[in-house]
Design a protein around this ligand. Structure first.
Ligand code: PNS
Length: 175
């Protein structure tokens, strides 16, 4: 039996999709859309990663993410002030959702999923992203933009100019 988009509805209500979103990419949007197949609400949760210094301010990341998901009913964007599990508890989240592009993502995500489950028991649901977007990572997007490459196809509308502004690079579109 092929399970259509509404099959999982009512089983999970609130899914929190955490990340740095520095910046939000088309890969992130793919994960949000997939999560909406089994969750009634998806909270894009912009958090601090202790191992990363963000390029974009939290205000800019929130603004860009909100703009990118505004057409998706049931999706909202919030900042995570501290521990992700405390945010999930306050949001009454049923699950954390994360996208996997490949084995490196799995290796990075598994300890976080185990730690979050250790802390409050919350489960992490992994979705496999669109393979056509497997190369789309915020870090690579920043690197391409930093070297004046075109990132327009990799990110939602409005994101490329904001990234280029933050980097002080000029080129944002294909010539
Ligand atoms: O997009 P990223 O950088 O891989 O996302 C990692 C992130 C931000 C979700 C993670 O660092 C996080 O959850 N930070 C919030 C603080 C926290 O709860 N740390 C413990 C994680 S097990």
């Amino acid at each position: 039996m092929v399970r259509g988009p509404s099959y999982y509805r009512g089983r999970v209500t609130i899914a929190v999709f955490p990340g740095s979103f520095d910046p939000i990419t088309r890969g992130h949007l793919d994960v949000v859309r997939r999560a909406l197949r089994f969750a009634d609400e998806v909270v894009v949760a912009i958090a601090s990663n202790a191992g990363k210094v963000p390029l974009l301010s939290i205000e800019t990341r929130l603004e860009l993410a909100r703009e990118a998901v505004q057409h998706l009913p049931g999706v909202r964007v919030e900042a995570v002030p501290g521990l992700l599990v405390e945010f999930c508890r306050a949001a009454d989240a049923d699950v954390i959702v994360k996208g996997l592009r490949g084995g490196a993502d799995y290796d990075a995500e598994m300890p976080m999923a185990l730690m979050n489950r250790h802390l409050t028991g919350i489960e992490t649901v992994f979705v496999i992203g669109d393979p056509a977007l497997a190369h789309v990572a915020s870090s690579l997007v920043r690197d391409v933009a930093r070297n004046s490459g075109d990132i327009e196809d990799l990110v939602p509308p409005g994101v490329a100019p904001a990234v280029c502004r933050a980097l002080g690079t000029a080129r944002t579109t294909k010539e």
